[in-house]
Write a protein that binds this ligand. Sequence first.
Ligand code: SIN
Length: 285
Amino acid sequence: MTTSVLPNITELKPGFGARIDGVDLAGADDATLQAVVAAFHQHGAILLRDQPMKPQDLLRFISAFGEPEDHTLQENTLPGFPKIYVLSNRIVDGKPIGAHNDGIGWHTDYSYRAEPVMSTMLYAVEVPPEGSDTLLADGCAAWNALPPERQAQLDGLELHHSWRHFMNTREFNRQEEPSEALLAENPDVLHPLVRRHPSDGRKALWASTGTVKEVVGMPNPEGLALVDELVEFMTQEAFVYRHKWRAGDVLMWDNRCTLHTGTLYDDQKYVREMHRLWVKGDRPY
Ligand code: SIN
């Protein structure tokens, strides 16, 4: 299936991402959904606006890309929909309906798993009129911009990712020691710093923050300083798409070649509610 059946595609920024207009995702036939999937694999991220999507529509849409992934913390999922994770500051009957400030800091989702999620989709239910942008950094463009001698130094390095480390040290959310059961389900893993895309072998810088404890074979603080340096390099404006949300937006990105971060907003003044879905991925190489 080619993307040519899609009526209208424009890049989100030169060489990265695609905005797709003229498609109603909830009512789309299978051929149209497959064309949207093809656009996603080609461009690294897709945006579709003005989409009225019920939870069932979100599940049908995400299933066109692969098998939806579960979430580590089930208490933040939409009641009756364990694959839909709620990001929100909304309180109902004294209880938060979702996780607040969950994705602040440059990262790639589920990096603490042996098989991190292939993609992340966010659906905007309600968004503040200012703040709360989501930023996507293009790891392939960043890799391609490095001089060959620097690429040679970095290629082959491995990062030690740890969910426990993340939960113990995270900055914008409650720090906690996970239960033994959850720790057993989420043991530490090693992943490459430079990741190949399985579709065409293109390489991406894949440094991430939060879950990274060390660069294998490089003592700290030098190891983490290298990670910080590379994340800073990859997230400079030239490689970043900044998404300003509108209710009804569907934004989906390929975690195999990007980093992303949420941004803060005035959570005393505004409500934000997003539905997040993941697609299962493969072991990075
Ligand atoms: C995430 O990191 O998964 C969410 C980002 C956001 O809330 O903008």
